[in-house]
Design a protein around this ligand. Structure first.
Ligand code: MCN
Ligand code: MOS
Length: 763
């Protein structure tokens, strides 16, 4: 079922290998309804679970009355904090595991919407109706609604995020030109089109979970640990995912509840998170604020940078949205000081949302750089080029590759930046003010390990098998292309099977690392499979090549021949028939020798503990971009429209430029939404997310999006990955919001330092 055939009707088989513009091979299945998503699996005897959310944000539940719910039609089970489900704790992302038991429902309430009970019934309607009958009595205490709540305070310093060199305060006091500002980003949400949820089913002591997942192995580990099962007893299946953006990388309390209920009932349980619950069942991007001071000499050389950031976190968990993530990397500055604080508020613990840290960080520093350019009277592109960092200012290491100058230059050229008139409010079209803005962005290269199995079938088809996932970014397609190239077969001869934790191991599809990890593993396994096929063709007594005198063979376009073409030439299927083989399987991993034992494997696939930081090694490795934006602002109404975007990127080698362009554009589109629309509105009285639906939480739609031109200026980066690519999935969003804010300033002369840029801030 989760096998993707690469042939698409009406599409020529172009045999494109790595670097080809192949369309997504899962695209047809998705748009014709052939792709089965997690909640669409129809199991016999299925039951339905519905969560009961808390209506207070802080306090303690003193009593819960479930009698009416239990007596309601069709109800099978009601679980409350009074039920001990016998679960153990699970490891965190890095594989650290606290002692003790795990209770997914607790009486201590720390946010509005926290689940206090779950009701399981024969039908969804029955469970929904019964959930409304659960009566909760609580002692309510005063909640801290968010970062702006006066009771929230300054927060606690995160020690390992304090970075400094030189004498920033003294240098700032001495410079002739300085700017200071406070920049804020609101709470944002993933709003994936496919909401979360799962179906859990047991067979004896084997648990199967159908759940959308950015990381089948990591999530399977959590389930195994909760229930005290051997890892192999859990299978998590996730062949298709309707968007994740960071929200589907961990197993969550509702997964534990569904699986525990299924165990108790001896029947499969489906738990679908409702759209409003997607705002509280897991966390979105934390709200942030950051104070930035920049000091420069009159000729525009940066002398000092002081950065004081903070992000909200929950009362019970720690989420670091590092506002200083991009700040130390972008510019050469001799005196630098940066810190980040955590401010606990009554919210669900925030989580990773496309380019966590880097995204709000870029909003701060890139807005501030625009303010500095204006104060200096220097063109903002020129200011950035002037202060280009020749090596990583923080680690002191050379960049592996950094085509940021090229991105700024190529982007400016394609945009027509030289025609910009520098004064704010100096470009207009009737009642419409026109503004042009620029900002840069970055995202680190994160390396990890992967494993892939390549099977050559007797029909000559090649299977690529891995537990890695594809949530829309293109994994199926690039892995087919990689195997096709390494094996010398057309891409439509390759089938890719992904999204199942029982398949070979892979890192998380997060941190923009999966493509580099998995193309490396597939390339290695497919190259080994090719060697094996050639060895068989040369040595098998029944092979037509046995007497050819050749000491190696060539495979191209699915045909095996002698290198000079002077011997026989046959298809892979024919060779398999001649040598009497049904299937050749080759599995390879990219683990270093020292980690290739059982423990190393387990750690590599199910935790992040073996991930390699961008500066681990001799180089500092990052993707880079420069965004150029035009906005049109209605002078009377203050409405902002983005009318043109040109962005240039350095992401190293591109495995599939068509998919990369789509990733970049997707990031830019999200960035436009972030700049102009997205904002979780929190009721200060009850700390409740007010706009918890797709009608009121606004994201960019087609009508908000202009033509977007993307340009690749990258060169292969041999240090970043086996095939020379750097991360693509997240860098596109980084820097978009400040480029828009800078364009709005250029159009209107008004500097908006808190997102989103809505009309009331402009009139
Ligand atoms: N790619 C490429 N050449 C490269 C690098 C990547 O061709 N050098 C292309 C490939 O098509 C690959 C894709 O870009 O499948 C993304 O690769 P990569 O940057 O390695 O990112 P991951 O595969 O790890 O995907 C995760 C990343 C993250 S972290 C978020 S958040 C995000 C994103 O991808 N969420 C997405 N892109 C998304 N796209 C969709 N449609 N839906 C999401 O939820
Ligand atoms: Mo992406 S936020 O790292 O899943």
């Amino acid at each position: 079922m989760n096998v993707i055939e690469t042939r698409q009707r009406g599409e020529a088989s172009d045999g494109s290998g790595v670097g080809g513009r192949h369309s997504r091979i899962d695209g047809r299945l998705k748009i014709t309804g052939g792709a089965t998503y997690a909640l669409e699996h129809r199991l016999e005897n299925l039951t339905y679970a519905v969560l009961v959310p808390s209506t207070i944000a802080a306090g303690r539940m003193t009593a819960i009355d479930t009698k009416a719910a239990e007596a309601a039609p069709g109800v099978l089970l009601v679980l409350t904090p009074d039920d001990d489900l016998g679960l153990a704790t699970a490891s965190d992302w890095f594989g650290n595991r606290a002692e003790g038991s795990y209770r997914p429902l607790i009486p201590e309430i720390t946010f509005n919407g926290q689940a206090v009970a779950v009701v399981i019934a024969e039908t969804l309607e029955q469970a929904t109706a019964a959930a409304s009958l659960v009566k909760v009595t609580s002692e309510e205490t005063q909640a801290i609604a968010g970062l702006d709540d006066p009771r929230a305070g300054e927060g606690n310093l995160v020690d390992n995020l304090t970075v400094s060199w030189g004498e920033a305060e003294a240098a700032l006091a001495a410079v002739p030109v300085k700017v200071e500002g406070e920049y804020r980003t609101p709470r944002e949400y993933h709003v994936t089109i496919e909401p979360h949820g799962l179906t859990a089913t047991w067979e004896g002591d084997r648990l199967t979970i159908f759940e959308p997942s950015q990381w089948t192995h990591g999530m399977a580990r959590s389930y195994a640990e909760w229930f005290g099962l051997p890892y192999e007893n859990v299978t998590l299946i996730s062949p298709f995912i309707g968007g994740g953006f960071g929200s589907k990388a961990t197993a969550s309390f509702y997964g534990a509840l569904a699986a525990a209920s299924a165990k108790k009932l001896g029947r499969p349980v489906k738990l679908a998170i409702t759209r409003p619950q997607t705002f509280t069942a897991y966390g979105g991007r934390a709200a942030t604020r950051q104070k930035i001071a920049l000091g420069a000499s009159e000729d525009g050389m940066l002398q000092a940078l002081i950065h004081r950031g903070a992000n909200e976190t929950s009362m019970v968990g720690t989420w670091v949205e590092n506002t200083g993530a991009a700040t130390p990397l972008l510019y050469a500055v001799p005196n630098f000081s940066s810190e980040n604080r955590l401010v606990p508020v009554n919210t669900v613990t925030p989580g990773a949302l496309r380019a966590p840290g880097k995204n709000p960080s870029a909003f701060g520093i890139e807005s501030a750089m625009d303010e500095l350019a204006h104060a200096l009277g220097i063109d903002p592109v020129e200011l950035r080029l002037k202060n280009h960092a020749e090596r990583d200012p923080q680690s002191g290491k050379p960049w592996s590759t950094r085509q940021l100058r090229e991105a700024l230059t190529a982007g400016a050229e394609a945009f027509g930046w030289s025609r910009r008139s520098p004064e704010p409010r100096s470009m207009r079209d009737g009642h419409t003010l026109i503004g042009w803005g620029v900002a840069i962005g970055t995202f680190p290269v994160i390396r990890a390990y992967g494993e892939a199995l390549i099977a050559i079938r007797k029909d000559g088809k090649v299977e690529v098998i891995s537990g890695a996932i594809d949530m829309g970014q293109g994994t199926y397609t690039i892995l087919a292309q990689t195997a096709a190239e390494a094996l010398g077969v057309p891409v439509d001869q390759v089938e890719v099977r992904l999204g199942d934790s029982s398949l070979p191991g892979a890192a998380v599809a997060g941190g923009s690392m999966l493509a580099g990890v998995m193309t490396g593993a597939v390339h290695k396994a497919a190259s080994a499979a090719r060697e094996e096929l050639i060895a068989l063709a040369l040595n098998d007594p029944n092979s037509p090549f046995r007497e050819s005198g050749a000491n190696t063979l060539a495979i191209a376009n699915g045909q095996i021949a002698t290198p000079r073409g002077d011997g026989p030439a046959i298809s892979i299927a024919e060779l398999m028939a001649r040598i009497g083989r049904d299937r050749i399987e080759v599995k390879r991993d990219t683990l270093p020798e020292a980690l290739a034992n059982d423990v190393g494997r387990m750690k590599a696939w199910t935790t992040m503990s073996l991930m390699r930081a961008p500066t681990d090694g001799d180089y500092s490795m990052h993707s880079w971009c420069a965004h150029f934006v035009e906005v049109k602002v209605d002078e009377d109404f203050g409405t902002v429209r983005v009318s043109r975007v040109v962005s240039a990127f350095d992401c190293g080698r591109l495995y599939n430029p068509k998919l990369v362009e789509s990733q970049w554009k997707g990031g830019i589109i999200m960035g436009i939404g972030q700049a102009l629309l997205e904002e979780g509105l929190i009721d200060p009285r009850r700390a409740r997310v007010v706009n918890n639906n797709l009608g009121d939480y606004l994201v960019a739609t087609n009508a908000d999006i202009p033509d977007i031109e993307v340009i690749s200026v990258g060169v292969p980066d041999p240090h970043a990955s086996v095939l020379g690519g750097k991360g693509v999935g997240e860098v596109g969003i980084v820097g978009v919001a400040p480029a828009i804010a800078n364009a709005v300033f250029h159009a209107t002369g008004k500097r908006v330092r808190d997102l989103p840029i809505t009309l009331e801030k402009l009139i």
